[in-house]
Design a protein around this ligand. Structure first.
Ligand SMILES: C[S@@+](CC[C@H](N)C(=O)[O-])C[C@H]1O[C@@H](n2cnc3c(N)ncnc32)[C@H](O)[C@@H]1O
Length: 258
């Protein structure tokens, strides 16, 4: 019997030495060592054409900073043999067992847990990390790169967002986490943020002398009441913190009821 091919992440980064970094720790690192997933970090500098290994240049139209050159990024992507075709990227029916290429970008579409699930279910990902002002847009268009953002903040480079994306996918791979049954209850999985968690001690007094007891229902052993309390907490927290998610959740619920 042949072992299943590992889920593969190829990262294009000017700082390949940053990898695996935190991805080498804990359950994600164990899964890397055991071969559940594989990681390769490639420096686009290796695809520069001059002897100085130049990868960037000043932006046309002026302005601060530098831009990563499209010809260098193009050669680096062309050297990856199992990159998904443009057609397959656009049409799920044409998925060809190859990997999609994503550009981590502050201008990108926000990454969602649904997209992470789809990426984790495929053969892996090719991730392009920007630096400086980002990459020349022509490379993004020529390769139809999916631009994804890991939050409404601007970081110095795409490496930490790439690690976030990889970690989010790898923890969904079969066997990586022990209690897989609990995955479905986590934040975003049902369209809601998760309920709060508590553990021992049941009775605790904080530094200001305030007693903080665990909600009594969690000690009751009454499963239906615990489930109802958790659902209520999830809904209240989502409504308060994420009105966007709450609106979507309510709309989906009323559609199901219709
Ligand atoms: C300094 S940022 C460039 C920001 C860009 N000039 C802008 O305003 O959108 C350099 C690189 O960091 C990465 N990056 C920064 N913020 C990000 C975010 N929120 N999500 C994903 N990648 C991000 C991207 O790869 C980007 O090319």
């Amino acid at each position: 019997m042949t072992a299943a091919a590992p889920w593969r992440a190829t990262v294009l980064s000017l700082f390949p030495g940053l990898f695996p970094g935190p991805l080498g720790a804990s359950v994600i690192g164990k899964a890397l060592t055991s071969g559940t997933w594989a990681l390769e970090a490639i420096d686009p500098r290796g695809y520069a054409s001059d002897r100085h290994k130049t990868v960037d240049d000043v932006p046309f139209g002026g302005g601060p900073g530098m831009v990563l050159r499209c010809d260098v990024i193009d050669r680096a992507l062309a050297a990856i043999p199992d990159l998904q075709s443009k057609e397959a990227q656009k049409d799920a029916a044409k998925v060809d067992g190859r990997r999609p290429a994503l550009y981590l970008s502050a201008r990108g579409v926000p990454l969602t847990q649904a997209r992470v699930r789809a990426l984790a279910a495929g053969p892996g990902v090719v991730l392009l990390c920007g630096r400086y002002e980002g990459i020349d847009q022509r490379a993004v268009e020529a390769w139809d790169l999916e631009e994804v953002s890991l939050g409404d903040v601007v970081l110095a480079g795409g490496e930490i967002p790439a690690m976030m994306l990889i970690e989010a996918c790898v923890r969904l791979l079969p066997g990586v986490l022990g209690a897989e049954a609990s995955l479905g209850e986590e934040s975003y999985e049902q369209g809601l943020l998760e309920y709060p968690h508590y553990t021992r001690p049941a009775h605790w007094v904080d530094q200001n002398g305030q007693a903080r007891d665990v909600p009594a229902v969690l000690l009751s052993g009454h499963h239906a009441e615990i489930a109802a309390w958790r659902q209520g907490e999830s809904e209240a927290t989502t409504r308060r913190r994420r009105p966007d998610l709450w609106r979507r959740y309510r709309a989906a619920k009323s559609k199901q009821g219709a």
